[in-house]
Design a protein around this ligand. Structure first.
Ligand code: AKG
Ligand code: FE2
Length: 281
């Protein structure tokens, strides 16, 4: 099986259909190259200062550099990309709202071995989510071309409904080759892993992931983005970072205060609103 590629003007509905069927899909050339250039320039110093991973899963010759929303203003338009949010909302449709899960540049250095094949939703304590409940939807934006040789992400298309198995091998996967600016969208359920880098250049991907708003975020957005920076961000992005009530009653401040009011030091109580008559299914 291969990974389906679609053009950047494909509808969210059509992309979601492929994502639900295969667990992964590539949107070709979605980010303009000047946006990727700007993110690379804003993040260069942070990436340089990032140490390699300290375990095999993180990658001992791989760097993971986070806090993109605070550090890279140019990344914010990818975090809030309307097509990505459309498809993500469709995949996570059982939840009443979604949020940012993590933001991370993954730089796989030359001679890196492949990462073990895994599911990202295992981060939630290996909770056995039913096969039709998607708690997480992910992107990896190619900041360099992704090739088989330089460590393109490896995916097992169609594996999103498979049983838990920690021993899937790289032979079952296909490399997600894509051009700089293209975006791999994949469910938190699909088996995948970073590829081995057998080239002499660094493979750079921007991992921006989302989860349902009733789960804990992998990257703590309240600590990764200092308050003085958060105060400069627009409401849409802040809400996506978690400055909103998730589900019916999660995440308010003190006297049932809207998180945005609390961030800005404003008074006022929001209350819980009315319970939905029909819970989402
Ligand atoms: O860098 C990649 O291609 C994938 C990394 C990954 O799957 C992870 O760190 O969970
Ligand atoms: Fe992963």
């Amino acid at each position: 099986m291969t990974i389906t590629h679609v053009a950047a003007d494909t509808s969210g509905e059509a992309i979601h259909e492929i994502l639900a069927r295969d667990g992964a899909v590539v949107i070709d050339d979605l980010a303009p190259s000047n946006v990727i250039d700007a993110i690379a320039a804003e993040m260069e110093g942070f990436v340089e200062a990032t140490p390699n991973g300290s375990d095999d899963f993180s990658g001992r010759t791989t760097k993971r550099t986070g806090a993109l929303i605070a550090r890279s203003p140019a990344s914010r338009e990818l975090v809030t990309h309307p097509l990505i949010l459309d498809v993500t909302t469709r995949l996570l449709h059982q939840a009443s709202s979604i949020q940012v899960h993590l933001t991370q540049i993954i730089s796989i250095g030359p001679d890196s071995p492949g990462q073990s094949i895994h599911r990202d939703e295992w981060a939630f304590d290996f909770f056995p989510f039913p096969s039709d409940v998607h708690p997480q939807c992910n992107t990896i934006w190619a900041m360099t071309d992704f090739t088989e040789e330089n460590g393109a992400t490896r995916v097992i298309p169609g594996s999103q409904g498979w049983p838990v198995d920690l021993k899937h091998s790289v032979d079952e996967t296909v490399p997600v080759e894509m051009t700089r600016g293209s975006c791999l969208l994949y469910s938190g359920k699909v088996y995948h892993g970073g590829g081995a880098n057998r080239s002499d250049v660094v493979r750079t991907g921007l991992n921006l992931t989302y989860c349902v708003a009733w789960l804990r975020q992998e990257e703590n957005q309240y600590l990764s983005c200092p308050r003085d920076v958060a105060l400069t961000l627009d409401d849409e992005l802040l809400k996506l970072m978690g400055y909103k009530i998730g589900a019916y009653a999660l995440g308010y401040a003190d006297d049932v205060r809207d998180p945005l009011d609390a961030l800005r030091g404003e008074t006022g109580s929001m209350g819980f609103g009315v319970l939905p008559e029909t819970p989402a299914t």
